[in-house]
Design a protein around this ligand. Structure first.
Ligand SMILES: Nc1nc(=O)c2c([nH]1)NC[C@@H]1CN(c3ccc(C(=O)N[C@@H](CCC(=O)O)C(=O)O)cc3)C=[N+]21
Ligand SMILES: [Mg+2]
Length: 287
């Protein structure tokens, strides 16, 4: 068994981005909006700001109170959409209950949607015209590439059907000619499906969900989970120690997919900046 070192790979890719940004006349700029005081979100946005700084991306985090109304947030998004100094706009999820997430994601200019969550960008991904790709699945694909994991003709199982991880993950693996089974909380016979998989990507949000008896000898196991166990320790969806004995490659939590997510967000911010300064427009057919 080998561990896929997301932290090391992220550091390498961030250094490449730093060099790329050094050569850019217009420096990329990312606006991060955090509504409320979700403690996990605080950690994630801090990690994003640190990565931006290392790479030379300008970033600002706007901390808004939990009571922020939907209209207030939509107004701010309009403002940053129109403001040419910002190339990327990221509204941290989840949002408080009074705010409709779908409306917010639809309001962000697709050209500045570094998360790739706007329905325009989701649709483009699904129809084979990707521009902005959700960063967690994009980060997993970079891991496959860096570790020479071919998806060609493989059986891949994705656990979790969210818009931000499961669905785009399945699409990206299909693009590389994997046969993908997208499983979720209502899937019957889930364990048996997993046992046939060459590659398992788990994004189900439940600690210790993927156990050794789910995993075929030699399978690749990617853990997207970000859970807290009873002691409050960060852990993924995979029972790491027992699964590691069967897997050929496995990602740890922390230090696996998380740092890659952040790195891909930065990469998309750089791309957004390059596209916007070159006059591309997502709403037309430009690629
Ligand atoms: N609009 C939006 N875009 C996102 O990309 C987005 C989001 N909302 N909401 C929440 C999820 C989750 N996410 C993570 C980012 C970094 C780590 C990360 O840095 N993880 C570290 C450890 C972090 C810790 O210590 O808690 C690691 O795995 O090594 C994890 C998860 C981005 N998300
Ligand atoms: Mg909501």
């Amino acid at each position: 068994m080998k561990i896929i070192d997301g932290k090391a790979l992220a550091a390498k890719l961030q250094e490449e981005l730093r060099v790329r940004v050094e050569g850019m006349a217009v420096k990329p700029a990312l606006m991060v909006i955090l509504v409320g005081d979700n403690s996990a979100s605080q950690v994630y946005v801090r990690n994003k700001a640190r990565a931006a700084e290392r790479i030379g991306i300008k970033s600002e985090t706007l901390f808004l109170p939990e009571s922020t109304s939907e209209a207030e947030l939509l107004n701010l998004i309009d403002k940053y959409n129109a403001d040419e100094q910002w190339h990327g706009i990221l509204v941290q999820l989840p949002l408080p209950a009074q705010i409709d997430e779908d409306k917010v994601l639809l309001a962000i200019d697709p050209n500045k949607d570094v998360d790739g969550f706007h329905p325009m960008n989701m649709g483009r991904l699904w129809t084979g015209q990707p521009v902005m790709v959700p960063s967690t699945p994009a980060g997993v694909m970079e891991m496959f590439k860096a570790y020479d994991i071919s998806l060609e003709g493989k059986q891949a199982v994705v656990l979790g059907r969210s818009n931000i991880v499961g669905k785009p993950m399945a699409q990206l693996m299909m693009d590389q000619n994997a046969t993908v089974t997208l499983c979720h909380s209502r899937t019957q016979g889930l364990k048996a499906i997993c046992q046939k998989a060459d590659i398992i990507v788990s994004a189900i949000g439940q600690a210790e969900f993927v156990k050794a008896d789910f995993v075929k000898e030699g399978a690749v196991v990617i853990d997207v989970g970000m859970n807290r166990n009873a002691e409050g320790k960060l852990c993924g969806d995979v029972a790491f120690d027992e699964v590691a004995e069967k897997a050929s490659l496995i990602t740890p939590v922390p230090g696996g997919v998380g740092p890659m997510t952040i790195t891909m967000l930065m990469k998309q911010t750089v791309t957004a900046c390059e596209r916007l300064t070159a006059g591309f427009d997502n709403e037309r057919v430009d690629k």
